[in-house]
Design a protein around this ligand. Structure first.
Ligand code: ATP
Ligand code: MG
Length: 320
């Protein structure tokens, strides 16, 4: 079977963008492929963080991934598998300074900060290591990760060419709808955990009243026509995409006379999609020991299953 890997940063609360862009596709892939998923706690160190907060978020993200249905595959914490950092160094020694600096995510996130951590620049090397470590064929990710995936492919090909066939060259899998969910208040920016705006971000654990309020206050556009036209009508188009993804209906089949009616239906569709996740989260949260057990078992399994690949990579590049 094909192999699948994806990871979710513990940089904040999971959002509707994460859910529609990556979690749902990852859940579906479990039916047809051998999947492994991780909470990327190391990636969360690339921006300013608080240790206690990070630990709490890590558990929350892990529990939410399970609650969303990623419960039929190993799920582990990136930091508990040291091969990630070791392989990341081999990737840093394969990549060039220029290609890291060209990454849009680095440019965007570094522009917003006074002090930029070096790990923010080398982030794509760790991400490449995450994926290549698992010899993943498919990587379910949102559209914003397209460039990092391309770089991962480049690094795999470069390493294989220089040192001999070692890594599988992966492919990104983006969902048909909602590969890029936009912020409700700033519909030209993507919805993010490390939020552009709290008011424009739907979190998976938001109570229904909050979801309704955020969507009813979503920025729409002047004029009144409801149609899917992201350039001219980013706010309305975003709502149509969210409604389509949450209701399972194609965007083209959605027809509305007013912004108000569209917002109302979108809010209800999002609430309906997220309610089972929130309920399951509450059940799973009651048993933290079970989460520890599950994460530890998955990490042990990953360490064992990736030791061969790590040995091959070390040997190929001339270590030991
Ligand atoms: P951060 O702001 O810390 O980068 P994030 O919301 O971008 O957080 P990540 O952990 O970086 O979340 O990404 C997890 C997955 O969610 C990735 O596959 C990413 O492509 C996807 N994703 C993130 N934001 C969106 C979005 N707005 N629409 C669709 N997919 C998204
Ligand atoms: Mg991100």
């Amino acid at each position: 079977p094909r192999r699948v890997f994806s990871a979710f940063q513990a940089s904040g609360r999971l959002t509707l963008g994460n859910y529609l862009g990556a979690i749902l596709p990852a859940v579906r892939l479990q039916d047809e492929a051998a999947c492994v998923y991780a909470v990327a706690d190391l990636h969360a160190l690339t921006v300013r963080h608080d240790p206690a907060h990070l630990r709490a978020r890590t558990r929350e993200v892990a529990t939410l991934l399970l609650a969303s249905g990623l419960d039929r595959s190993p799920l582990y914490l990136q930091s508990r598998v040291p091969a990630h950092t070791e392989l990341s160094y081999l990737m840093e020694s394969t990549a060039h300074d220029g290609e890291m600096r060209r990454m849009i995510q680095f440019k965007e996130k570094s522009a917003a900060q006074e002090e930029v951590r070096l790990s923010l620049l080398t982030y794509p090397a760790l991400m490449a290591a995450d994926i290549l470590l698992h010899r993943a064929d498919l990587v379910p990710v949102g559209e914003d990760q397209r460039q990092h995936l391309e770089l991962t492919r480049d690094l795999a090909l470069r390493f294989n060419r220089r040192y001999g066939e070692t890594f599988v060259v992966p492919e990104a899998v983006h969902p048909e709808t909602a590969a890029r969910v936009m912020d409700l208040a700033v519909p030209t920016a993507k919805m993010s955990k490390s939020a552009v705006s709290e008011a424009g971000t739907v979190y998976l654990l938001d109570p229904p009243a909050d979801i309704r309020r955020k969507i009813m206050r979503a920025v729409t556009d002047s004029g009144s026509g409801v149609r899917h036209d992201p350039a001219a009508k980013p706010g309305v188009s975003n709502l149509l995409v969210i409604l389509a993804a949450c209701s399972g209906r194609p965007v083209a089949s959605l027809s509305y006379g007013s912004y108000g009616a569209l917002k109302k239906d979108t809010a209800e569709a999002v609430i309906e999609a997220l309610t089972p996740v929130r309920e399951r989260f509450a059940v799973l949260s009651a048993d933290p020991a079970e989460l520890d057990r599950l994460l530890a078992a998955a990490a042990a399994r990953v360490i064992e299953e990736t030791s061969g690949l790590m040995a091959a990579a070390r040997r190929a590049i001339g270590l030991g």
